[in-house]
Design a protein around this ligand. Structure first.
Ligand SMILES: [Zn+2]
Length: 233
């Protein structure tokens, strides 16, 4: 068993973690990045990361621990005062770890995070930092959707309460709203920060769709324009 501590993460693996030092360095920076962009707080609960050498071991372990949870390539579970991330060694491990650790960090600071926002932020932060703004794999697909008149509805996303209701399109559209709030009008970004702050202080935050509609005039048009003109200078 290999064990290492990186930022708020305590990582345990049944294989050597020597070749993953730079990935863990990135994960430690992820918390700083979430604090910087979302003004959330440092993790208030410990986060344990369990890494398995192969899929079979991972699957067997998780089936015993969480028999009712459907199989997923990686998993975040909050149980009481502890966050746990599970994943296995594969090409997608860096993406999986950044994704699940984003969930873990959000839930280690926030008492609640709406499902679509949780997934939208995890999709945004799962790619390496230099790809997040301009090179997400979602960007081209989203533009293709929008060219055919598919404008992601935030209210539709807010109505989803279970992961089983989230397909590829819902993940992409959730990413799109996260991207819009992080890189679009400053009023949208501010509203996201205020929304998270209200939730953290125990003040009912309401719906982000309603708050954004008030904070950003012509919200839908601004959203469309954001992605129409978004490119690296
Ligand atoms: Zn997720």
């Amino acid at each position: 068993m290999d064990c290492a501590v990186h930022g708020p993460f305590v990582c345990r693996a049944n294989f050597s973690l020597d070749s993953y030092q730079s990935l863990f360095g990135e994960l430690a920076l992820l918390e700083r990045e979430l604090i910087r962009t979302l003004a959330i707080e440092k993790a208030q609960i410990p986060i344990e990361v369990y890494l398995f050498s192969d899929r079979a071991t991972y699957e067997t372990y998780l089936r015993q621990l969480y028999p009712s949870v459907p199989y997923r390539r990686a998993l975040f579970v909050r149980s009481g005062n502890l966050g746990r991330v599970f994943a296995y060694r594969a090409d997608a491990l860096p993406v999986d770890l950044r994704h699940e650790c984003t969930h873990a960090l959000m839930h280690a600071s926030q008492p609640m995070v709406p499902l679509w926002l949780d997934e939208g932020l995890a999709e945004y932060f799962e790619v390496p930092e230099h790809q997040r703004a301009f090179d997400s794999p979602h960007l081209a697909s989203l533009r293709w959707n929008m060219r055919f008149g598919m404008i992601p509805s935030l209210r539709m996303l807010e109505a989803k309460s279970d992961l089983s209701e989230m397909g590829g399109l819902e993940y992409r559209f959730s990413w799109a709203w996260a991207h819009f709030m992080l890189h679009g009008p400053v009023d949208a970004h501010r509203e996201l920060v205020y929304f998270l702050a209200d939730a953290r202080r125990g003040k009912p935050p309401g719906l982000l769709s309603s708050r954004l509609a008030l904070a950003v005039p012509d919200l839908q048009m601004r959203f469309v324009q954001h992605f129409k003109y978004w490119k690296q200078a």
